[in-house]
Ligand binder design. Structure first.
Ligand SMILES: Nc1ncnc2c1ncn2[C@@H]1O[C@H](COP(=O)(O)OP(=O)(O)OP(=O)(O)O)[C@@H](O)[C@H]1O
Ligand SMILES: Cc1cn([C@H]2C[C@H](O)[C@@H](COP(=O)(O)O)O2)c(=O)[nH]c1=O
Length: 230
């Protein structure tokens, strides 16, 4: 059976993933494509209980307090539940699935806790085996990395928090950790051929529509887009 396409929108915290996933979904819908959005963690589901405990500091107030294997398992289990209860049927039917974060977030946000290069590689091998082979989650067809400078993302998070009153989680409030994550995103994008889209210049975010145009163009070979951006 031909499965659908699984496209991942990845980036550091507050870098525009939800915004660009929405833009891409709306564009594909205008083209008459069958497309669905999912996002991880799946905060609305009870399957994310351990993730919520971890991010709110129940196991320690710093990201590095929780070993990456344990934390990765929390996120992977949440993904498995979402796949089996929600989007497997759409993927099996040949639809396009747009995911705001995926295993790729564990590859960055958990792997950076491991300082040694050899140990980090061993972790990435373990993670691939755990999520894709043992759990049977689908391997993405394409990964788009939104490259927003950490200091710009930080301002976007602060502006959003001022509007919504949302509290920063243990990852978001650790700026040194977020800078390590950004460096890891750059390295993994290069290593795995993720499409890197520059999202800020001169200390400011690029316009949402301009970023979307680049995302659209980057995905044309995978999605078979018929036309340029509208
Ligand atoms: N290119 C942009 N220019 C200006 N503001 C933006 C841009 N992209 C996103 N924003 C705003 O920045 C904030 C963060 O964006 P968004 O929620 O899309 O990021 P995210 O990566 O999904 O965040 P998180 O990692 O916290 O889930 C939102 O308030 C959004 O409206
Ligand atoms: C899915 C997933 C996420 N993470 C990390 C990445 C972020 O720092 C948080 C989630 O925060 P968001 O602002 O709600 O996107 O969790 C991870 O380490 N592993 C994962 O699989």
């Amino acid at each position: 059976m031909t499965k659908g396409k699984l496209i991942i929108i990845e980036a550091g915290d507050g870098s525009g993933k939800a915004t660009q996933t929405r833009e891409l979904c709306a564009h594909l819908e205008r083209e008459g494509r069958r497309v669905h959005r999912v996002s991880f963690p799946d905060y609305a589901s009870e399957s994310s209980a351990l993730v919520r405990m971890y991010l709110s500091g129940a196991f320690g107030g710093h990201a590095d307090d929780v070993n990456p294997y344990a934390a990765s398992a929390f996120f992977a289990v949440d993904r498995y539940a979402s796949y089996r209860t929600t989007w497997k049927k759409w993927h099996d039917a040949g639809d396009i699935i747009l995911a705001d974060r995926y295993t790729t977030s564990n590859m960055v946000h958990q792997a950076v806790k491991i300082r040694g290069a050899r140990e980090r590689e061993a972790f990435l091998d373990w993670l691939y085996d755990f999520e894709f082979r043992k759990m049977g989650l689908p391997v993405p067809d394409a990964v788009v990395f939104l490259d927003m400078a950490p200091e710009v993302a930080d301002r976007l998070i602060a502006a959003r928090a001022a509007k919504t009153g949302a509290r920063e989680d243990i990852h978001e409030r650790d700026k040194e950790y977020l800078a390590r994550c950004h460096a890891a995103y750059l390295a993994l994008a290069e290593k795995y051929g993720w499409a890197r889209i520059p999202c800020s210049e001169g200390g400011a975010p690029r316009p949402v529509a301009a970023i979307h145009e680049d995302v659209w163009r980057a995905l044309a070979p995978v999605l078979g887009n018929q036309e340029e951006t509208k």
